[in-house]
Design a binder for this molecule. Structure first.
Ligand code: NAD
Length: 302
């Protein structure tokens, strides 16, 4: 994608800023709409035009939408804990936000809309790998907002693709990030020399996908007609346990630290692994960065 006019919401955040970097480097004219609630101005690409504002503000959305060819919607209150204590806040940003954007995009004649959804729409996986054909089973107010976002995409009549992210990691992710932010916690432990904590047995698993691969998946989705109307998993198709993740981090960093073990909050073991067949078939997307390389890049050791 080049020489296009692109709106990226949440472009000051962890994933959004990597997407903005790719889009700017390819020669697109990029506008970022972000309220900096969890994003940071240091993440902003100087080649993009930054507008500070909320996606829940209809007038602000309409004004940045003018002349846009493509919209990548990443802005959201991503904290599950916050969504439990203050669900109205997540409704405002995550539901009212997408409604404002979709209808403004339609009105402005935008070509294509790409929505950052989440694997949390599936709830605890009934079977692995987690395939797009599984029904919605959201367990938190945050996950409900992602389901609603996907349904509004369908209802809007916009050409839209929803990307269901698994566990994303990479540079600029913060340890206090809202969900499953185990990677930045481990990297921080290495940097500070403080022992990391592993909850429960450490045998629980995630599908860790590198942020630059996720940025690329967004651009492929925007360019694909076959992806219109679809929700597509973005993961690696590989399962890594928390113990295994620490082993990789410890191996790369050669840290002598050993984890502190604490009992888990929840009963039962959680596992996760994306079915990546649809992403391969429709988008030609395959995550290129292996866990070791991605973590080494985060640690600045390659
Ligand atoms: N990181 C993951 O593993 C993961 C997994 C699944 C889904 N997601 C989704 O990906 C998207 C990006 O997440 P991230 O990890 O980069 O989080 P992030 O918190 O770094 O980025 C979210 C950005 O949205 C901005 N924002 C929040 N509310 C806003 C509002 N009302 N108006 C304008 N801007 C607003 C924040 O300031 C921030 O810059 C989110 O939609 C999130 O739900 C992330």
């Amino acid at each position: 994608m080049k020489n296009k006019r692109v709106l990226v919401t949440g472009g000051a955040g962890f994933i959004g800023s990597h997407l903005v970097d790719l889009l700017v480097a390819a020669g697109n004219s990029v506008v970022v709409l972000d309220d900096l609630s969890s994003g940071r101005s240091e993440n902003l690409n100087p080649g993009a035009l930054f507008v500070r504002g909320s996606v829940s503000d209809r007038a602000a959305v309409e004004s940045v939408m003018k002349d846009a060819d493509y919209v990548f919607h990443l802005a959201a209150r991503p904290s599950i804990t916050e969504s439990l204590s203050n669900p109205a806040l997540s409704v405002e940003s995550n539901i009212l936000g997408i409604v404002n954007l979709l209808w403004a995009a339609k009105g402005a004649g935008v070509e294509k809309f790409v929505f950052s959804s989440s694997s949390s729409v599936y709830g605890p996986p009934a079977r692995l790998p987690v395939s797009e054909s599984l029904p919605f089973n959201p367990q938190t107010p945050y996950a409900v907002t992602k389901v609603a976002g996907e349904l509004y995409c369908r209802a809007s009549g916009m050409r839209a693709t929803c990307l269901r992210y698994f566990n994303i990691y990479g540079p600029r992710q913060r340890p206090q990030a809202a969900y499953s932010a185990v990677v930045p916690c481990f990297l921080d432990a290495v940097r500070t020399g403080e022992r990391p904590t592993i909850f429960s047995t450490g045998k629980q698993t995630c599908d860790f996908v590198y942020v630059k691969d996720v940025a690329r998946a967004n651009i492929l989705a925007a360019q694909s007609r076959r992806a219109d109307g679809l929700a597509i998993n973005v993961g690696t198709g590989k399962e890594t346990s928390i113990n295994g993740l620490w082993e990789v981090v410890a191996g790369i960093s050669r840290t002598p630290l050993t984890p502190i073990r604490k009992p888990g909050e929840r009963k039962g073991m959680t596992r996760s692994r994306a079915d990546t067949a649809l992403a391969r078939r429709i988008l030609g997307f395959r995550a290129k960065t292996g866990l070791k390389d991605g973590l080494a890049e985060c640690l600045g050791r390659i």
